[in-house]
Design a protein around this ligand. Structure first.
Ligand code: ARG
Length: 470
Protein backbone atom coordinates (compact mmCIF):
# COMPACT_ATOMS: atom_id res chain seq x y z
CA UNK A 1 0.00 0.00 0.00
CA UNK A 2 1.12 3.57 -0.49
CA UNK A 3 2.56 5.49 2.46
CA UNK A 4 3.42 9.13 2.97
CA UNK A 5 6.80 10.43 4.16
CA UNK A 6 6.04 9.77 7.82
CA UNK A 7 5.30 6.12 6.98
CA UNK A 8 1.59 6.46 7.69
CA UNK A 9 -0.86 5.02 5.20
CA UNK A 10 -2.42 7.63 2.95
CA UNK A 11 -6.17 7.94 3.19
CA UNK A 12 -8.20 6.17 0.56
CA UNK A 13 -8.56 8.12 -2.68
CA UNK A 14 -12.32 7.36 -2.94
CA UNK A 15 -13.31 8.77 0.45
CA UNK A 16 -10.10 10.34 1.78
CA UNK A 17 -11.77 13.67 2.48
CA UNK A 18 -13.34 12.48 5.71
CA UNK A 19 -10.28 10.73 7.14
CA UNK A 20 -7.15 12.00 8.82
CA UNK A 21 -5.18 8.78 8.46
CA UNK A 22 -5.23 5.80 6.16
CA UNK A 23 -6.68 2.50 7.10
CA UNK A 24 -4.51 0.00 8.97
CA UNK A 25 -2.72 -2.28 6.52
CA UNK A 26 -4.16 -5.44 8.03
CA UNK A 27 -7.65 -3.96 8.22
CA UNK A 28 -7.36 -3.05 4.58
CA UNK A 29 -6.60 -6.63 3.71
CA UNK A 30 -9.24 -7.88 6.12
CA UNK A 31 -12.03 -5.72 4.74
CA UNK A 32 -11.18 -6.11 1.07
CA UNK A 33 -13.22 -8.30 -1.26
CA UNK A 34 -11.37 -7.77 -4.52
CA UNK A 35 -9.68 -11.15 -4.17
CA UNK A 36 -13.02 -12.84 -4.80
CA UNK A 37 -15.42 -10.26 -6.23
CA UNK A 38 -13.20 -9.60 -9.26
CA UNK A 39 -14.96 -12.54 -10.85
CA UNK A 40 -17.92 -10.16 -11.38
CA UNK A 41 -15.89 -7.70 -13.44
CA UNK A 42 -17.88 -8.18 -16.64
CA UNK A 43 -21.15 -7.63 -14.81
CA UNK A 44 -19.73 -4.57 -13.05
CA UNK A 45 -18.68 -3.07 -16.37
CA UNK A 46 -22.03 -3.89 -17.97
CA UNK A 47 -23.82 -2.17 -15.10
CA UNK A 48 -21.57 0.88 -15.43
CA UNK A 49 -22.18 1.15 -19.16
CA UNK A 50 -25.94 1.11 -18.65
CA UNK A 51 -25.76 3.57 -15.76
CA UNK A 52 -23.63 5.98 -17.82
CA UNK A 53 -26.01 5.75 -20.80
CA UNK A 54 -28.92 6.52 -18.52
CA UNK A 55 -27.09 9.49 -16.95
CA UNK A 56 -26.53 10.87 -20.42
CA UNK A 57 -30.11 10.23 -21.52
CA UNK A 58 -31.48 12.28 -18.62
CA UNK A 59 -28.93 15.05 -19.17
CA UNK A 60 -26.68 14.49 -16.14
CA UNK A 61 -23.53 13.80 -18.17
CA UNK A 62 -22.51 15.06 -21.60
CA UNK A 63 -22.16 12.96 -24.73
CA UNK A 64 -18.43 13.53 -24.60
CA UNK A 65 -18.21 12.18 -21.06
CA UNK A 66 -20.38 9.21 -21.98
CA UNK A 67 -18.15 8.33 -24.91
CA UNK A 68 -15.03 8.64 -22.81
CA UNK A 69 -16.57 6.39 -20.13
CA UNK A 70 -17.69 3.77 -22.65
CA UNK A 71 -14.31 3.76 -24.39
CA UNK A 72 -12.45 3.52 -21.09
CA UNK A 73 -14.66 0.67 -19.87
CA UNK A 74 -14.07 -1.28 -23.08
CA UNK A 75 -10.32 -0.98 -22.62
CA UNK A 76 -10.54 -2.00 -18.97
CA UNK A 77 -12.63 -5.03 -19.83
CA UNK A 78 -9.96 -6.09 -22.29
CA UNK A 79 -7.14 -5.48 -19.85
CA UNK A 80 -8.85 -7.70 -17.28
CA UNK A 81 -9.72 -10.41 -19.81
CA UNK A 82 -6.11 -10.52 -20.94
CA UNK A 83 -4.74 -10.57 -17.40
CA UNK A 84 -3.08 -7.16 -17.76
CA UNK A 85 -5.12 -5.42 -15.07
CA UNK A 86 -3.42 -4.54 -11.79
CA UNK A 87 -5.86 -5.42 -9.03
CA UNK A 88 -5.23 -3.51 -5.86
CA UNK A 89 -6.30 -4.47 -2.34
CA UNK A 90 -6.06 -0.81 -1.39
CA UNK A 91 -9.00 -0.21 -3.67
CA UNK A 92 -10.96 -2.81 -1.72
CA UNK A 93 -13.30 -4.28 -4.26
CA UNK A 94 -14.00 -4.85 -7.93
CA UNK A 95 -16.13 -1.72 -8.15
CA UNK A 96 -13.51 0.71 -6.88
CA UNK A 97 -10.70 -0.97 -8.77
CA UNK A 98 -12.48 -0.49 -12.05
CA UNK A 99 -13.66 3.02 -11.27
CA UNK A 100 -10.19 4.14 -10.20
CA UNK A 101 -8.67 2.71 -13.36
CA UNK A 102 -11.27 4.50 -15.43
CA UNK A 103 -10.34 7.82 -13.86
CA UNK A 104 -6.65 7.06 -14.44
CA UNK A 105 -7.44 6.54 -18.08
CA UNK A 106 -9.98 9.24 -18.93
CA UNK A 107 -9.62 11.76 -16.12
CA UNK A 108 -12.53 13.84 -14.93
CA UNK A 109 -15.23 12.04 -16.93
CA UNK A 110 -14.37 8.90 -14.95
CA UNK A 111 -15.17 10.70 -11.74
CA UNK A 112 -18.66 11.45 -13.06
CA UNK A 113 -19.65 7.78 -13.48
CA UNK A 114 -20.55 7.32 -9.83
CA UNK A 115 -23.16 10.12 -9.93
CA UNK A 116 -26.45 8.91 -8.48
CA UNK A 117 -25.02 5.51 -7.68
CA UNK A 118 -23.51 3.73 -4.69
CA UNK A 119 -21.54 0.55 -4.37
CA UNK A 120 -24.56 -0.71 -2.47
CA UNK A 121 -26.89 -0.73 -5.46
CA UNK A 122 -23.94 -1.53 -7.72
CA UNK A 123 -23.00 -4.75 -5.92
CA UNK A 124 -26.63 -5.85 -5.57
CA UNK A 125 -26.96 -5.42 -9.33
CA UNK A 126 -23.68 -7.14 -10.18
CA UNK A 127 -24.55 -10.25 -8.18
CA UNK A 128 -27.92 -10.51 -9.90
CA UNK A 129 -26.34 -10.17 -13.34
CA UNK A 130 -23.74 -12.75 -12.40
CA UNK A 131 -26.33 -15.15 -11.05
CA UNK A 132 -28.50 -14.75 -14.12
CA UNK A 133 -25.68 -16.25 -16.22
CA UNK A 134 -24.76 -18.78 -13.56
CA UNK A 135 -28.33 -20.08 -13.37
CA UNK A 136 -28.41 -20.41 -17.14
CA UNK A 137 -25.21 -22.46 -17.04
CA UNK A 138 -26.56 -24.65 -14.22
CA UNK A 139 -29.79 -25.17 -16.14
CA UNK A 140 -27.86 -26.16 -19.27
CA UNK A 141 -25.95 -28.84 -17.33
CA UNK A 142 -29.16 -29.99 -15.63
CA UNK A 143 -30.75 -30.35 -19.02
CA UNK A 144 -27.81 -32.34 -20.31
CA UNK A 145 -28.15 -34.65 -17.33
CA UNK A 146 -31.89 -35.00 -17.96
CA UNK A 147 -31.15 -35.99 -21.56
CA UNK A 148 -28.60 -38.52 -20.29
CA UNK A 149 -31.23 -40.00 -17.99
CA UNK A 150 -33.71 -40.36 -20.85
CA UNK A 151 -31.02 -42.06 -22.86
CA UNK A 152 -30.18 -44.50 -20.07
CA UNK A 153 -33.86 -45.22 -19.32
CA UNK A 154 -34.70 -45.81 -22.96
CA UNK A 155 -32.02 -48.49 -23.24
CA UNK A 156 -33.60 -50.43 -20.36
CA UNK A 157 -37.36 -49.97 -20.35
CA UNK A 158 -38.03 -53.62 -19.59
CA UNK A 159 -35.01 -54.76 -17.56
CA UNK A 160 -36.35 -55.91 -14.18
CA UNK A 161 -34.75 -55.28 -10.83
CA UNK A 162 -35.95 -55.32 -7.24
CA UNK A 163 -37.57 -52.09 -6.08
CA UNK A 164 -36.79 -51.28 -2.47
CA UNK A 165 -38.42 -49.78 0.57
CA UNK A 166 -36.29 -49.60 3.71
CA UNK A 167 -33.58 -50.95 1.39
CA UNK A 168 -35.38 -54.29 1.66
CA UNK A 169 -36.63 -55.96 -1.49
CA UNK A 170 -40.20 -54.75 -1.98
CA UNK A 171 -41.60 -55.30 -5.48
CA UNK A 172 -40.03 -55.68 -8.90
CA UNK A 173 -39.61 -52.54 -10.97
CA UNK A 174 -38.05 -51.87 -14.32
CA UNK A 175 -34.65 -50.19 -14.36
CA UNK A 176 -36.04 -47.62 -16.81
CA UNK A 177 -38.73 -46.74 -14.27
CA UNK A 178 -36.12 -46.23 -11.57
CA UNK A 179 -34.10 -43.92 -13.82
CA UNK A 180 -37.24 -41.99 -14.70
CA UNK A 181 -37.75 -41.35 -10.98
CA UNK A 182 -34.41 -39.53 -11.04
CA UNK A 183 -35.61 -37.66 -14.11
CA UNK A 184 -38.64 -36.34 -12.21
CA UNK A 185 -36.43 -35.10 -9.37
CA UNK A 186 -34.17 -33.19 -11.73
CA UNK A 187 -37.09 -31.78 -13.71
CA UNK A 188 -38.40 -30.18 -10.54
CA UNK A 189 -34.92 -28.85 -9.83
CA UNK A 190 -34.84 -27.24 -13.24
CA UNK A 191 -38.12 -25.49 -12.63
CA UNK A 192 -37.00 -24.36 -9.17
CA UNK A 193 -34.05 -22.63 -10.85
CA UNK A 194 -36.47 -21.04 -13.29
CA UNK A 195 -38.56 -19.60 -10.45
CA UNK A 196 -35.44 -18.32 -8.75
CA UNK A 197 -34.18 -16.64 -11.93
CA UNK A 198 -37.53 -14.94 -12.46
CA UNK A 199 -37.72 -13.46 -8.96
CA UNK A 200 -34.07 -12.39 -9.16
CA UNK A 201 -34.43 -10.42 -12.36
CA UNK A 202 -35.31 -7.07 -10.76
CA UNK A 203 -32.90 -4.13 -10.89
CA UNK A 204 -31.47 -2.47 -7.77
CA UNK A 205 -29.67 0.40 -9.60
CA UNK A 206 -31.15 3.75 -8.65
CA UNK A 207 -31.56 2.71 -5.02
CA UNK A 208 -28.10 4.26 -4.59
CA UNK A 209 -26.86 3.93 -0.99
CA UNK A 210 -30.30 3.19 0.46
CA UNK A 211 -32.82 5.96 -0.13
CA UNK A 212 -32.64 6.60 -3.86
CA UNK A 213 -31.03 9.64 -5.46
CA UNK A 214 -31.89 13.28 -6.09
CA UNK A 215 -30.89 13.10 -9.78
CA UNK A 216 -33.67 12.77 -12.37
CA UNK A 217 -32.79 9.16 -13.16
CA UNK A 218 -34.71 6.88 -15.52
CA UNK A 219 -34.63 3.48 -13.88
CA UNK A 220 -36.86 1.84 -16.47
CA UNK A 221 -34.33 2.73 -19.12
CA UNK A 222 -31.40 1.26 -17.17
CA UNK A 223 -33.43 -1.85 -16.41
CA UNK A 224 -34.22 -2.27 -20.08
CA UNK A 225 -30.57 -1.85 -21.08
CA UNK A 226 -29.54 -4.55 -18.62
CA UNK A 227 -32.35 -6.95 -19.46
CA UNK A 228 -34.04 -6.70 -16.06
CA UNK A 229 -37.81 -7.13 -15.98
CA UNK A 230 -38.27 -3.94 -13.93
CA UNK A 231 -36.59 -1.69 -11.37
CA UNK A 232 -36.81 -2.83 -7.74
CA UNK A 233 -39.83 -1.26 -6.02
CA UNK A 234 -38.14 -0.27 -2.77
CA UNK A 235 -34.67 1.21 -2.46
CA UNK A 236 -34.03 -0.05 1.09
CA UNK A 237 -34.95 -3.58 0.15
CA UNK A 238 -33.07 -3.42 -3.14
CA UNK A 239 -29.66 -2.79 -1.58
CA UNK A 240 -30.01 -5.03 1.43
CA UNK A 241 -31.70 -8.32 0.79
CA UNK A 242 -29.82 -11.30 -0.52
CA UNK A 243 -32.80 -13.63 -0.51
CA UNK A 244 -32.23 -14.32 -4.20
CA UNK A 245 -28.82 -15.80 -3.37
CA UNK A 246 -30.31 -17.79 -0.51
CA UNK A 247 -33.01 -19.05 -2.82
CA UNK A 248 -30.43 -20.14 -5.37
CA UNK A 249 -28.41 -21.91 -2.67
CA UNK A 250 -31.56 -23.63 -1.44
CA UNK A 251 -32.27 -24.84 -4.98
CA UNK A 252 -28.62 -25.90 -5.25
CA UNK A 253 -28.84 -27.83 -1.98
CA UNK A 254 -31.90 -29.68 -3.23
CA UNK A 255 -30.15 -30.54 -6.50
CA UNK A 256 -27.10 -31.77 -4.61
CA UNK A 257 -29.37 -33.76 -2.30
CA UNK A 258 -30.86 -35.45 -5.35
CA UNK A 259 -27.44 -36.13 -6.84
CA UNK A 260 -26.32 -37.44 -3.47
CA UNK A 261 -29.23 -39.88 -3.27
CA UNK A 262 -28.47 -41.11 -6.78
CA UNK A 263 -24.79 -41.34 -5.81
CA UNK A 264 -25.66 -43.53 -2.86
CA UNK A 265 -27.51 -45.90 -5.20
CA UNK A 266 -24.66 -45.96 -7.69
CA UNK A 267 -22.15 -46.71 -4.94
CA UNK A 268 -24.30 -49.56 -3.63
CA UNK A 269 -25.12 -50.95 -7.06
CA UNK A 270 -21.53 -50.96 -8.24
CA UNK A 271 -20.42 -52.95 -5.17
CA UNK A 272 -19.67 -56.66 -5.49
CA UNK A 273 -22.59 -57.32 -3.14
CA UNK A 274 -25.19 -55.77 -5.46
CA UNK A 275 -23.33 -56.01 -8.78
CA UNK A 276 -26.20 -54.28 -10.63
CA UNK A 277 -24.13 -51.83 -12.67
CA UNK A 278 -20.73 -51.08 -14.08
CA UNK A 279 -19.52 -47.51 -13.86
CA UNK A 280 -17.23 -46.71 -16.79
CA UNK A 281 -13.58 -46.81 -15.73
CA UNK A 282 -13.07 -43.16 -16.58
CA UNK A 283 -15.31 -42.18 -13.66
CA UNK A 284 -13.52 -44.39 -11.15
CA UNK A 285 -10.09 -44.69 -9.58
CA UNK A 286 -8.03 -47.57 -8.28
CA UNK A 287 -6.28 -48.13 -5.01
CA UNK A 288 -2.55 -47.67 -4.47
CA UNK A 289 -2.45 -50.80 -2.30
CA UNK A 290 -5.33 -53.07 -3.31
CA UNK A 291 -4.93 -54.08 -6.95
CA UNK A 292 -8.51 -55.35 -7.32
CA UNK A 293 -10.15 -52.05 -6.37
CA UNK A 294 -12.25 -49.88 -8.66
CA UNK A 295 -13.70 -47.12 -6.56
CA UNK A 296 -16.79 -45.11 -7.51
CA UNK A 297 -15.06 -41.79 -6.78
CA UNK A 298 -17.35 -39.51 -8.75
CA UNK A 299 -20.56 -40.49 -6.95
CA UNK A 300 -18.74 -40.57 -3.61
CA UNK A 301 -17.33 -37.08 -4.11
CA UNK A 302 -20.66 -35.68 -5.23
CA UNK A 303 -22.24 -37.18 -2.13
CA UNK A 304 -19.51 -35.51 -0.06
CA UNK A 305 -19.80 -32.15 -1.80
CA UNK A 306 -23.48 -32.05 -0.86
CA UNK A 307 -22.41 -31.28 2.70
CA UNK A 308 -20.37 -28.36 1.50
CA UNK A 309 -23.24 -26.88 -0.51
CA UNK A 310 -25.66 -27.35 2.39
CA UNK A 311 -23.13 -25.52 4.56
CA UNK A 312 -23.13 -22.56 2.18
CA UNK A 313 -26.91 -22.32 2.39
CA UNK A 314 -26.71 -22.19 6.17
CA UNK A 315 -23.93 -19.56 5.94
CA UNK A 316 -26.10 -17.26 3.86
CA UNK A 317 -29.18 -17.73 6.01
CA UNK A 318 -27.15 -16.97 9.11
CA UNK A 319 -25.47 -14.02 7.44
CA UNK A 320 -28.84 -12.44 6.72
CA UNK A 321 -30.80 -13.23 9.82
CA UNK A 322 -29.80 -10.34 12.09
CA UNK A 323 -29.32 -7.56 9.60
CA UNK A 324 -31.37 -4.42 10.09
CA UNK A 325 -32.23 -2.46 6.95
CA UNK A 326 -30.49 -1.44 4.78
CA UNK A 327 -27.00 -2.43 3.53
CA UNK A 328 -24.49 -3.80 6.04
CA UNK A 329 -20.93 -4.84 5.40
CA UNK A 330 -21.93 -8.34 6.51
CA UNK A 331 -23.23 -8.76 2.99
CA UNK A 332 -19.74 -8.80 1.58
CA UNK A 333 -19.56 -12.30 3.07
CA UNK A 334 -22.26 -13.51 0.68
CA UNK A 335 -19.99 -13.99 -2.31
CA UNK A 336 -17.61 -16.78 -1.41
CA UNK A 337 -20.32 -19.24 -0.35
CA UNK A 338 -22.41 -18.28 -3.37
CA UNK A 339 -19.59 -18.61 -5.90
CA UNK A 340 -18.41 -21.88 -4.41
CA UNK A 341 -21.99 -23.17 -4.61
CA UNK A 342 -22.09 -22.31 -8.32
CA UNK A 343 -18.73 -23.98 -8.97
CA UNK A 344 -19.48 -27.09 -6.94
CA UNK A 345 -22.92 -27.50 -8.45
CA UNK A 346 -21.70 -27.01 -12.01
CA UNK A 347 -18.89 -29.52 -11.52
CA UNK A 348 -21.17 -32.11 -9.96
CA UNK A 349 -23.80 -31.76 -12.66
CA UNK A 350 -21.21 -31.92 -15.37
CA UNK A 351 -19.70 -35.13 -13.98
CA UNK A 352 -23.17 -36.65 -13.69
CA UNK A 353 -24.25 -35.58 -17.16
CA UNK A 354 -21.17 -37.33 -18.57
CA UNK A 355 -21.44 -40.42 -16.38
CA UNK A 356 -25.15 -41.30 -16.23
CA UNK A 357 -25.72 -42.13 -19.90
CA UNK A 358 -22.51 -44.21 -19.91
CA UNK A 359 -23.64 -46.58 -17.13
CA UNK A 360 -23.81 -50.25 -18.12
CA UNK A 361 -26.24 -52.49 -16.32
CA UNK A 362 -25.85 -56.15 -15.38
CA UNK A 363 -29.38 -57.15 -16.28
CA UNK A 364 -28.99 -60.81 -15.29
CA UNK A 365 -27.89 -59.92 -11.78
CA UNK A 366 -30.71 -57.42 -11.41
CA UNK A 367 -33.26 -59.98 -12.57
CA UNK A 368 -31.83 -62.65 -10.31
CA UNK A 369 -32.03 -60.28 -7.34
CA UNK A 370 -35.64 -59.54 -8.19
CA UNK A 371 -36.39 -63.24 -7.64
CA UNK A 372 -34.83 -63.10 -4.22
CA UNK A 373 -36.65 -61.52 -1.29
CA UNK A 374 -40.18 -62.57 -2.34
CA UNK A 375 -40.68 -59.45 -4.44
CA UNK A 376 -43.82 -60.90 -6.05
CA UNK A 377 -45.61 -61.63 -2.75
CA UNK A 378 -47.97 -58.67 -3.29
CA UNK A 379 -48.72 -59.96 -6.75
CA UNK A 380 -49.81 -63.31 -5.35
CA UNK A 381 -52.06 -61.52 -2.85
CA UNK A 382 -53.54 -59.38 -5.66
CA UNK A 383 -54.09 -62.58 -7.68
CA UNK A 384 -56.06 -64.10 -4.79
CA UNK A 385 -58.11 -60.91 -4.48
CA UNK A 386 -58.98 -61.18 -8.17
CA UNK A 387 -60.15 -64.73 -7.39
CA UNK A 388 -62.53 -63.42 -4.75
CA UNK A 389 -60.55 -63.43 -1.47
CA UNK A 390 -60.65 -60.25 0.70
CA UNK A 391 -57.22 -58.56 0.67
CA UNK A 392 -56.52 -59.16 4.38
CA UNK A 393 -57.14 -62.90 4.01
CA UNK A 394 -55.00 -63.00 0.88
CA UNK A 395 -52.21 -61.23 2.83
CA UNK A 396 -52.42 -63.97 5.48
CA UNK A 397 -52.32 -66.79 2.91
CA UNK A 398 -49.30 -65.34 1.15
CA UNK A 399 -47.55 -64.75 4.47
CA UNK A 400 -47.75 -68.49 5.11
CA UNK A 401 -46.39 -69.29 1.65
CA UNK A 402 -43.51 -66.90 2.21
CA UNK A 403 -42.71 -68.63 5.50
CA UNK A 404 -42.44 -71.94 3.63
CA UNK A 405 -40.20 -70.21 1.10
CA UNK A 406 -37.93 -68.84 3.83
CA UNK A 407 -37.75 -72.25 5.53
CA UNK A 408 -37.02 -74.13 2.32
CA UNK A 409 -34.82 -71.47 0.68
CA UNK A 410 -37.06 -71.02 -2.37
CA UNK A 411 -38.90 -68.21 -4.09
CA UNK A 412 -42.69 -68.41 -4.53
CA UNK A 413 -42.18 -69.05 -8.24
CA UNK A 414 -40.07 -72.10 -7.40
CA UNK A 415 -42.90 -73.88 -5.55
CA UNK A 416 -45.07 -76.45 -7.24
CA UNK A 417 -48.71 -75.77 -8.02
CA UNK A 418 -49.75 -78.41 -5.48
CA UNK A 419 -47.69 -76.77 -2.76
CA UNK A 420 -49.23 -73.38 -3.51
CA UNK A 421 -52.72 -74.84 -3.64
CA UNK A 422 -52.09 -76.16 -0.13
CA UNK A 423 -52.35 -72.50 1.01
CA UNK A 424 -55.48 -71.69 -0.99
CA UNK A 425 -57.66 -73.70 -3.35
CA UNK A 426 -58.25 -70.51 -5.35
CA UNK A 427 -54.78 -70.84 -6.83
CA UNK A 428 -54.70 -72.17 -10.40
CA UNK A 429 -51.99 -72.90 -12.96
CA UNK A 430 -52.23 -69.30 -14.23
CA UNK A 431 -50.59 -68.14 -10.97
CA UNK A 432 -47.09 -68.51 -12.34
CA UNK A 433 -47.51 -65.63 -14.76
CA UNK A 434 -47.84 -63.23 -11.81
CA UNK A 435 -44.98 -64.75 -9.83
CA UNK A 436 -42.23 -63.66 -12.20
CA UNK A 437 -40.75 -60.17 -12.00
CA UNK A 438 -41.77 -59.65 -15.63
CA UNK A 439 -45.39 -60.54 -14.82
CA UNK A 440 -45.31 -58.23 -11.80
CA UNK A 441 -44.05 -55.18 -13.69
CA UNK A 442 -46.33 -55.88 -16.66
CA UNK A 443 -49.35 -55.75 -14.35
CA UNK A 444 -48.62 -52.19 -13.15
CA UNK A 445 -49.85 -50.71 -16.35
CA UNK A 446 -51.13 -47.20 -15.60
CA UNK A 447 -49.71 -43.67 -15.73
CA UNK A 448 -46.80 -43.54 -13.31
CA UNK A 449 -46.57 -47.35 -13.14
CA UNK A 450 -43.54 -49.50 -13.84
CA UNK A 451 -44.84 -51.55 -16.82
CA UNK A 452 -42.40 -51.33 -19.76
CA UNK A 453 -45.08 -49.81 -21.99
CA UNK A 454 -45.72 -47.09 -19.41
CA UNK A 455 -42.02 -46.40 -19.01
CA UNK A 456 -41.70 -45.96 -22.78
CA UNK A 457 -44.57 -43.49 -22.74
CA UNK A 458 -43.03 -41.62 -19.79
CA UNK A 459 -39.76 -41.36 -21.71
CA UNK A 460 -41.61 -40.04 -24.75
CA UNK A 461 -43.34 -37.41 -22.63
CA UNK A 462 -39.97 -36.68 -21.01
CA UNK A 463 -38.51 -35.78 -24.41
CA UNK A 464 -41.45 -33.48 -25.08
CA UNK A 465 -41.21 -31.84 -21.67
CA UNK A 466 -37.48 -31.25 -22.17
CA UNK A 467 -38.07 -29.72 -25.58
CA UNK A 468 -40.67 -27.38 -24.05
CA UNK A 469 -38.28 -26.02 -21.42
CA UNK A 470 -37.37 -22.42 -22.05
N1 ARG B 1 -17.54 -4.97 -1.47
C1 ARG B 1 -18.83 -4.62 -0.99
C2 ARG B 1 -19.70 -5.85 -0.90
O1 ARG B 1 -19.30 -6.84 -1.37
C3 ARG B 1 -19.46 -3.61 -1.90
C4 ARG B 1 -20.41 -2.70 -1.22
C5 ARG B 1 -19.73 -1.91 -0.19
N2 ARG B 1 -20.51 -0.83 0.29
C6 ARG B 1 -20.11 -0.13 1.33
N3 ARG B 1 -20.84 0.86 1.64
N4 ARG B 1 -19.06 -0.41 2.01
O2 ARG B 1 -20.79 -5.84 -0.40
Amino acid sequence: MSTDDAGKAKSNQQWGGRFSEGVDAFVQEFTASVQFDQRMYRQDICGSRAHARMLHKVGVISEEDLNAILGGLDEIEQEIAEGRFQWSVELEDVHMNIEARLTDKIGIAGKRLHTGRSRNDQVATDIRLYMRDAIEAVQAETRRLLEGMLHLASRHTSAVMPGFTHLQTAQPVTFGHHVMAWFEMLMRDHSRLQDCARRMNVMPLGAAALAGTSYPIDRNYTAELLGFDCPAENSLDAVSDRDFSIEFCAAASIIMTHLSRISEELVLWSSAQFAFIDLPDRFCTGSSIMPQKKNPDVPELVRGKTGRVNGHLISLLTLMKSQPLAYNKDNQEDKEPLFDTVDTLLGSLRAFADMIPAIEIKADNMREAAFRGFSTATDLADYLVRKGLPFRDAHEVVGKAVRLGVDSGRDLSEMSLEELQGFSDKIGADVFSVLTPEGAVQARDHIGGTAPAQVSKAIQRGHERLAALS
